[in-house]
Design a binder for this molecule. Sequence first.
Ligand code: PGA
Ligand code: ZN
Length: 429
Amino acid sequence: MKIQSISAFQIFDSRGHPTVEAQIVLENGITGSGLVPSGASTGQYEAWELRDGDPERFRGLSVFHAVNHIAGEIADTLRGREVSDQRGIDDALVALDGTPNKSRLGANAILAVSMAAAQAAARGLGLPLFESLGGGGGTLLPLPEIQILGGGAHAQWRTDVQDFMVVATGARSYEEALEMTFNVYRSAGDLLEAQGKRFGVADEGGYWPQFSRNEEALDLLVEAIRHAGYIPGADMAISLDIAASDLFDEARGCYRFRLENRVFTPEAFADLMTDWCGRYPIVSMEDPLADTDWEGWQRLCRAIGDRVQLIGDDLFTTNPGRIRQGIAAGAANAVLIKLNQIGTVSETLDAIRLTQAAGWRPVVSARSGETEDAFIAHLAVATNAGQLKVGSFSRSERMVKWNEVIRIGRRLGDRARFAGGAVFQRSVN
Ligand code: PGA
Ligand code: ZN
């Protein structure tokens, strides 16, 4: 199954911002495409998203250079290659780029081609993507981590905390987890409506928050869980993405809650996170501290790492080198996995395997700017990652991922497994 041609063009993500789509055509006529998502609260160590920066076109956001790199250099390099050799293709892309952060060709150009190759290879074999990516070993349906309120960079800083999410720890099946989340999401909407605070949704489909303190949002989550008829902490738990790198003032060395006009030393901020975990049924916290605050991460991990999942997103940026560093330092116990933070499918698989080998947990994640592609649903099942974070329970670019897991479950039939809340007991260090 050799690659005959590769083309690319500019499409638009869920925010209507330009992004890249690549298409691979094999000599046997089979095609595969790759659609690249885009973050808003991006980590400083992420692979480089190449944008044209031309103020005359799409306010500088167009991706025509990345598209041209695919149609030119990348197509020339990969034409005639065996498409099922994902590792060889990805190594060739990395070598062709030649920079440590994929800034010459653009990680968006490279990832589009890498994903397109994976899809073409699966189709060529007549397999669903999760089967070909996982070598047939992927059978674990993920526990969904679903946003109820979206704040931070995704809602013009209406709250300092970025994602207020719920996890159906008491669910016995993937479908039940979705039903429970549906109920809590709707309850939260009803409660906000009753308070006159329902103002539509943020970038990832969670309700647009309107609070004067971050803890009011936590209180609302607990109330919404109860209102939907569930027991907070038993049936449904809370998961937060603090996205603390966005709250950290590097120059002053302090964290800031703009909403509450409060400033914290790194120690005080870590203490606040510990305090929230004591007072609310929180099972998971992502980026509770900034991506440069290694000491804070270690301190927090020693304090609550035995009972709370501590996920590094900006801290690790799906980069195997940084994950290795984090494992050696005992800085977290879970890793957020985003394909476009590192830029190839193979390196993403490396990041997941490295995480699992350390007894840590991978959480496969979407970006705030998403596409209609459901690649990550397949990635989560292929690798038995156990958890999937896609945003909220509305908007098609989110629902397409949740729905794809339903389809994968049907395809797996009796082979499908679901661990529910037990994923949090697995290998917490
Ligand atoms: P982003 O947000 O895609 O804007 O980076 C998602 C996250 O922080 O997890
Ligand atoms: Zn995050």
